[in-house]
Write a protein that binds this ligand. Structure first.
Ligand code: GLN
Length: 533
């Protein structure tokens, strides 16, 4: 069996939703009983997304196998309800370091090492290895960036070569563009699409399909004009108009005949009755449009200026709300602005503190955790939110003044949160945190046990600091218990206050495991508690 490839490129400008289109295409095909997966190419020179600022680039998504990846990987996982390994996020840095390593080992046997063929071969190899090792029917590869960028050229060249080598009957190029409407009459403009397709054709790629982003349905005359200028048949120009939820995009592409087109092009024989799959999926999508009373959540953190910085947390909250038919309204609050304003938090049904790094804004978070505890407001602290909830408890309940995390105050008298012992000699920032899925033992008769209904869970991590066990007894005596641990009790993973309505902190990142229709348990419990507040 030969894997077929769908390559998704983007034109005009970034932020058009290539990731959503790629995820939607893969979902359509999965619903049509195809074994699919997605790859994201990021043409930047960072080895991975781990060192990038979430305010500029969006969340760093962590995979089961510990990859710090582009947030599109999270979209793939949520759409497909399937884990995606880190090898599916390919960057320029990974490609060049493999090529340079091979050159230093003399593997090119005296050849002059060049972008074509050595870099392009490395790109093609990685894509083919994924297709083969995972025995996929169809692999969707999304090329990040905008066509015309210098950075993405070697990748586009490699994809072009794959089409020649695999045969055009095995490869489809989908190009995502924009048809803006500038005037009040709403005339859709085609020029940006014309130019970006020209740019693509200049480098030897004729797209088979165009997904045109527009605010309302693509008009017939726009479709005709785009088709004429881009050499793409009219019926292969798809309208990707704005919809209420990204999870509706598979449906609108399906209705316009995208599955038929792909099956025909790939000569996939046999009619697939996927109606049952579609019914299940549509039920999930519809459930996300919950109509009940909104649950108001304050999300207090550091990277609140860009909604994408915590995209998985936002999704996880919505999945949880959908499960009890309640929409979740999230207000992002910059912890730095809370000084003297902490009372503003009292109007919320629940308070969530997500992950974070560094000193800035940490005092506001510590105060937030204390406020939630004192006022009996449901609190969910994730990673940094777990750590600073412990600091706040130490300071305010255990009477351990001068408590802190050594990440914030290296010389603190009471290092409640301290560096992981194995991190002592780590100097590189990139790829050096405790990453990926680890097993956690859950204490019986705890709230965590009620939530997970299991003695063992496996969750993804991304941290360098942890709770200092020296303080365990003092916490226990004062009413905060640690109900989850890992590595044979060496690390504390879950904290809770049994006397509180709902006060839970987790050292791991539950948001990465939440999927539409399958909310992550701690989010579900938090939202249920907030919903009755
Ligand atoms: N900065 C903390 C640590 O490194 C928490 C990390 C996080 O929230 N992802 O341990």
């Amino acid at each position: 069996m030969q894997t077929k490839f769908i390559f998704v490129t983007g034109g005009v400008m970034s932020g058009l939703g290539k990731g959503v289109v790629s995820s939607s295409i893969s979902k359509l095909l999965q619903l049509s009983n195809q074994k699919v997966s997605c790859v994201k190419i990021d043409p930047y020179l960072n080895y991975d997304a781990g060192t990038m600022n979430p305010i500029a680039h969006g969340e760093v998504f962590v995979t089961e196998d510990g990859g710090e990846c582009d947030m599109d990987m999270g979209n793939y996982e949520r759409f497909l309800n399937q884990n995606i390994p880190k090898s599916h996020n390919i960057t320029t840095a990974q490609i060049y370091s493999s090529v340079i390593d091979a050159e230093r080992k003399g593997e090119y046997l005296g050849a002059c090492v060049q972008i074509i063929p050595h870099v392009t071969d490395e790109i093609k190899n990685r894509i083919r290895i994924i297709a083969e090792e995972e025995s996929l029917d169809i692999l969707i590869v999304e090329c990040g960036g905008t066509v015309g960028d210098i950075e993405s050229l070697p990748f586009l060249e490699a994809l072009r070569q794959i089409r020649v080598e695999e045969g055009s009957e095995n490869v489809i190029f989908v190009h995502v563009t924009l048809a803006p409407s500038l005037d009040v009459v709403g005339e859709q403009k085609t020029k940006p699409t014309q130019h970006s397709v020209q740019e693509l054709r200049r480098i030897g790629i004729q797209p088979d399909v165009l997904c045109v982003r527009c605010s309302s349905t693509l008009q017939e005359k726009t479709r005709k004009k785009i088709s004429m200028f881009t050499n793409v048949t009219e019926k292969d120009v798809f309208s990707c108009h704005d919809v209420q939820s990204i999870f509706m995009v598979p449906q609108i592409l399906f209705e316009q005949g995208l599955v038929d087109l792909i099956f025909k092009k790939f000569s996939k024989v046999g009619y697939v009755d996927a109606s049952e799959n579609w019914d299940k999926w549509n039920n999930i999508v519809n459930s996300m449009e919950s109509s009940g009373d909104p649950i108001n959540i304050a999300m207090v953190g550091k990277y609140v200026t860009l909604a994408d910085s915590y995209v998985s947390v936002n999704h996880a909250l919505k999945h949880a709300g959908a499960s009890i038919n309640r929409p979740v309204k999230i207000d992002w609050i910059d912890s730095e602005t809370l000084n003297g304003n902490i009372e503003t938090l009292k109007k919320y049904n629940g308070i969530l503190v997500p992950g974070g790094f560094g000193t800035r804004g940490s005092e506001g978070i510590i105060e937030t955790a204390n406020f939630a505890r004192e006022r009996n407001i449901p609190y969910l602290g994730i990673c940094f939110g777990f750590q600073l909830a412990a600091v706040s408890f130490a300071r305010n309940v255990c009477n351990l003044t001068d408590s802190n995390s050594t990440e914030i105050e290296n010389e603190t008298k009471n290092p409640i949160i301290d560096l992981l012992p194995e991190q002592d000699n780590v100097t590189d920032l990139g790829g050096s945190l405790r990453l990926g899925a680890n097993q956690i033992e859950i204490q019986e008769n705890s709230m965590a046990h009620k939530i997970y209904n299991s003695n063992i869970i496996s969750k993804r991590h991304r941290h360098r600091y942890e709770f200092n066990k020296k303080y365990l007894e003092s916490f226990d005596k004062n009413g905060m218990i640690f109900s989850g641990e890992s590595d044979d009790g060496r690390r504390m993973e879950v904290l809770e206050i049994p006397s509180h309505k709902f006060f839970l902190g987790v050292q791991f990142h539950p948001e990465f495991n939440s999927r539409p229709g399958f909310p992550e348990e701690s989010f579900k419990a938090f939202i249920s508690a907030a919903g009755t507040n």
